[in-house]
Design a protein around this ligand. Structure first.
Ligand code: CTP
Length: 405
């Protein structure tokens, strides 16, 4: 549960996107957060406090004159408890109000009264595309950012008003991911990270090929964790059907040769390379241009293979890899003698850090256990979800980059 122990004040302002706030509230609670809903009068035109109370399991606050508070200072009490105030949806009008520091209802009063250094204010704007594009809104947005607010992206597409464009509130699952990312430590701020993930597919003919059972989950988790840690991440993915983590640039490839080409192109603009892909070791020497048909004599076709270039070793042994400007991390999927094989692989591929795991125990699973091997020795990271492991690995990479191994 990514928000365990977090207390979120969820503010709703007037907009049709209030219907998404119900699901967002539920998602926050599911991730372990306690949620205190505060609504403006306009928000209550779109969704009832009853719905939000039922979903958050707490009475909703909507007035600064709420006599339930012993000191009658809901704006002080509510803002002091919060780990963050998230306004979703945040209307154009509410942004304008915040920008001016106005405080004529409970929610704006609470935002103004919050301890600036301790309680972050996060905004999820939602409005019509013309309102969003208006210079006044963009001016307010810039000022709110300068004042220290975090403003989440808006979505693009069909709007409730019938128009199409930018300004929709992000979907609840997207906002949840952004909020979870917000709370992660920024170990890799400003770093550019290149990650390979998934299997590769090596064509035999136009309809057949060889591949492997890698699900890509560990690589996608590492891309997400690096993005959460503040890095600019590019994920080079073999054929998998996983959704792209938010904020991550993705390049889809099919074969090992495609993957090598993309990685060689992107490596000069990267600071860290994490090779999690299960790259096919061999490819058919010559892929047939037409489908291979069965022969009348019943004999199978004879295939010959050539070895694929080792992407990790190529980048690790490039001048930037050797100098440490590109910090290379390899993976090893083994079936036995993990430490011995992983240590040998680290030396052979000349990478500062190699992450070993037991292949059959991880392929397709949602959890895994890792063994980190570097020049100083080894360290076990016990079984956990792939995302939790990815976050720990990102912290380990960041620590090692500061003090080169
Ligand atoms: N790798 C790569 N390009 C390849 C093969 C492997 O970048 N052509 C990377 C993988 O992404 C992984 C690491 O190298 O990070 C280890 O790959 P693995 O296949 O386990 O190692 P091999 O060197 O092929 O050794 P073996 O198959 O004998 O275990």
């Amino acid at each position: 549960m990514d928000l365990n122990g977090k207390h979120i004040v969820l503010g709703l302002t007037g907009g049709i996107a209030c219907y998404k706030a119900a699901e967002l509230c539920r998602a926050l609670v599911k991730q372990g957060a306690t949620v205190q809903v505060v609504m403006t009068e306009a928000a209550a035109q779109f969704i009832t406090p009853v719905t939000m109370q039922a979903l958050s399991n707490r009475p909703v606050y909507d007035s600064q004159w709420d006599a339930r508070e012993h000191n009658n200072m809901a704006h002080i009490n509510l803002s002091r408890e919060a780990d963050a105030i998230l306004i979703a949806p945040c209307s154009a009008d509410f942004m304008a109000k915040l920008m001016h520091g106005r405080a004529d209802d409970l929610l704006s009063l609470m935002c103004l009264a919050r301890p600036l250094e301790r309680v972050p204010l996060l905004l999820a704007p939602a409005m019509n595309r013309e309102m969003w594009a208006h210079p006044a809104t963009q001016r307010n947005l810039a000022q709110l950012r300068a004042d220290g607010c975090t403003v989440f992206d808006v979505g693009s597409g069909a709007q409730a008003c019938g128009e199409t464009g930018d300004g929709r509130m992000l979907e609840p699952d997207q906002l949840l991911q952004d909020l979870v990312a917000f709370f992660q430590p920024k170990h890799l701020a400003g770093q550019r990270v290149l990650v390979t993930a998934g299997p590769t597919f090596e064509a035999i003919d136009p309809v057949r090929g060889i591949t492997n059972l890698s699900s890509g989950k560990m690589g996608f988790a590492i891309a997400r964790a690096a993005q959460e840690a503040g890095a600019e991440v590019t994920l080079v993915a073999g054929p998998v059907a996983l959704p792209t983590p938010r904020g991550v640039a993705r390049v889809d490839v099919v074969s090992a040769r495609d993957m090598l080409q993309v990685c060689e192109r992107l490596a000069p603009q990267s600071d860290i390379f994490v090779a999690t892909a299960a790259v096919a070791d061999w490819r058919p020497d010559q892929a047939a241009t037409q489908k291979i048909k069965k022969e009348a004599d019943g004999l199978p076709p004879s295939l010959s293979f050539v070895e694929n270039t080792d992407i990790l070793a190529t980048l690790a042994q490039s001048p930037r890899g050797r100098s440490g400007a590109l910090y290379c991390v390899g993976f090893a999927a083994e079936s036995h003698d993990l430490l011995a094989h992983a240590s040998a692989k680290r030396v052979r591929k000349q990478v500062p850090l190699l992450v070993g795991n037991i292949g059959p125990a991880t392929f397709g699973q949602d959890d895994n256990a890792l063994l980190l091997v570097d020049a100083h020795g080894s360290q076990e990271i016990p079984r956990n979800s792939k995302l939790a492991l990815a976050r720990m690995l990102v912290a380990e990479i960041a620590a090692r980059r500061k003090v080169p191994a």
